[in-house]
Design a protein around this ligand. Structure first.
Ligand code: FAD
Length: 469
């Protein structure tokens, strides 16, 4: 093989691309990894990690504000965004350094520059370090070019008043007031941060509920909790237009009775989803089957072209970093001939890291009823009010289980601060097709929030302990 030839050539070094590179190198394959930005992609630099750092700072602010409830004398004097950003950027920088070292240590060739597919197994790269273009070849090619923040027709993001999540992560001040367009995961997380930092927040969502892909009970609980936190939630409210004013924005929405109403704020965050980064990358020209910009791939991440795979946000489905990681690992193992088990999309855990958190795995109640029929589905909801640790933390919420009657648990849905940490056990229960009767006898440490999962399974197995009838 020459310098420009690899066993595996990967376009994009985000969660999907770099996970594939690491696993392929571990399996003894030579790897070329093309990246125009920074190793780690969206998740590390402008996604999961920096947003969760902001959410942690927000939790510290809330705890300080509410410290009196715990008998601790402290006063929240304000939010210094310079300090918050320094903390957030340090977390990102440490992880970036670690990842860069790891990739170098595994002997992966990083090709810095902007690539496009120019042959069935070829990528031509315009280098970002030297002039000119070079073409690289792979025995196999992995497309992993990720996603970008979408906007709506006529909605021009200016980065000053009208922001995407990337701009929001770079803000050097807390807005006095903000309208969040979109009640999905990213919208709810930013709404939560800004409310904790003291901003007036309004969420507008065209659909009837927040987090529309979650179980309806979770959406309702989050909406209640947000309203208690004085976040204005306007569901079933389609956005119409926005005007930049002298001191902010005027956001026009469809009001009651089809009339129009206007919400004024300092800024508007556009959080209406993420589109696939595939435009102009040569995929369609090379014959890769696509649908509305997404790359179509089967359960083994194979595209319609022999030896060409696709992973991460460019493949229709959940746009989550851990899905991308797992697809990347799967592809590397597939290329190495290990015949890995395909990924069950429903078994991918989902978390919204707001205050309170929303976490789930498997089917929601409505999907289970559609899949198995009304008569064949049972649910149980265990209120965190009976869970000692949740009382200590002063958080409210629930664990809801969905199962096939006399069958395995097919869905776990949770709301409450820190419930995201319970998803590890929940996903094992779902993915190992556990029955409530299998989980009920397992011992959960006391006092933990995990006990709520144990208690919910005891209730589903017909032997509730700390549950009021
Ligand atoms: P990306 O991470 O987008 O990586 C693609 C890479 O390809 C990029 O580095 C890009 O520079 C590169 N690239 C693109 N085109 C080219 C080209 N032509 N040449 C060379 N390189 C190119 N997910 C979670 O699981 N948990 C979370 O908490 C979470 N929070 C999020 C918060 C926000 C605000 C956002 C925006 C996303 C969040 N996500 C979260 C989603 C997560 O970031 C994505 O699902 C994940 O990054 C997708 O990985 P990927 O490898 O498909 O793409």
């Amino acid at each position: 093989m020459t310098d420009g030839e690899f066993d595996v050539l990967i376009l994009g070094a985000g969660s999907g691309g770099y996970a594939c590179a690491l696993r392929a190198a571990q399996l003894g394959l030579s790897v070329g990894l093309v990246e125009k930005g920074k190793l780690g992609g969206t998740c590390l630099h402008v996604g999961c990690i920096p947003t969760k750092a902001l959410l942690h700072a927000a939790e510290v602010a809330d705890q300080t504000r509410e410290s009196e409830k715990f008998g601790v004398a402290a006063t929240l004097e304000g939010i210094e965004m310079t300090g918050v950003n320094e903390y957030k950027d340090k977390v990102v920088a440490r992880l970036f350094k670690g990842l860069t070292g790891l990739i170098k240590g595994r002997g992966i060739t990083v090709i810095e520059g902007e690539g496009r597919m120019t042959g069935p197994h070829q990528v031509t790269v315009r280098s970002s370090v030297e002039p000119g273009e070079t073409t690289y070849t792979g025995q196999t090619l992995v497309l992993a070019s990720g996603s970008y923040s979408r906007s709506l027709p006529g909605l021009d993001v200016d980065g000053e008043r009208i922001l995407t999540s990337e701009h929001a992560l770079r803000l050097d001040r807390v807005p006095r007031s903000v309208v969040v367009l979109g009640g999905g995961v990213i919208g709810c997380e930013f709404a939560s941060v800004w409310a904790s930092f003291g901003a007036e927040v309004t969420i507008i969502e065209a659909l009837p509920r927040l987090l529309p892909v979650e179980d309806e009970a979770s959406s309702k609980a989050l909406e209640r909790a947000f309203r208690k936190r004085k976040i204005q939630v306007r569901t079933s409210t389609p956005f119409q237009s926005v005007k930049v004013t002298d001191d902010g924005v005027a956001v026009f929405v469809e009001g009651a009775d089809d009339g129009q109403s206007v919400i004024e704020a300092e800024m508007l965050l556009v959080a209406v989803g993420r589109g696939p980064t595939t435009d102009g990358l040569g995929y369609a020209e090379q014959g890769v089957a696509m649908d509305r910009g997404f790359v179509l791939a089967d359960e083994r991440c194979r595209t319609n072209l022999e030896g060409v795979y696709a992973v991460g946000d460019i493949v229709p489905g959940l746009q989550l970093a851990h899905r991308g990681f797992q697809q990347g690992i799967l592809v590397a193992e597939e290329i190495a001939g290990l015949d890995p088990t395909p990924i069950d999309e429903a078994g991918i855990p989902r978390i919204t890291y707001s205050h309170p958190e929303v976490a789930s795995v498997g089917l929601d109640e409505a999907a289970a009823r559609t899949a198995y029929g009304d008569e064949a589905v049972e649910t149980v909801t265990y209120d965190l009010g009976a869970n000692g640790k949740s009382q200590i933390l002063m958080t409210q919420g629930f664990v809801k289980l969905v199962r096939q009657k006399d069958g395995p648990v097919v869905g776990v849905h949770m709301v409450g601060d820190r419930v995201g940490e319970l998803i590890g056990e929940a996903q094992l229960i779902y993915n190992w097709e556990a029955y409530a009767e299998d989980v009920a006898p397992l011992v959960h440490a006391h006092p933990t929030q995990n006990e709520a999962l144990g208690e919910a399974h005891m209730a589903l197995a017909g032997k509730p302990l700390h549950a009021h009838s």
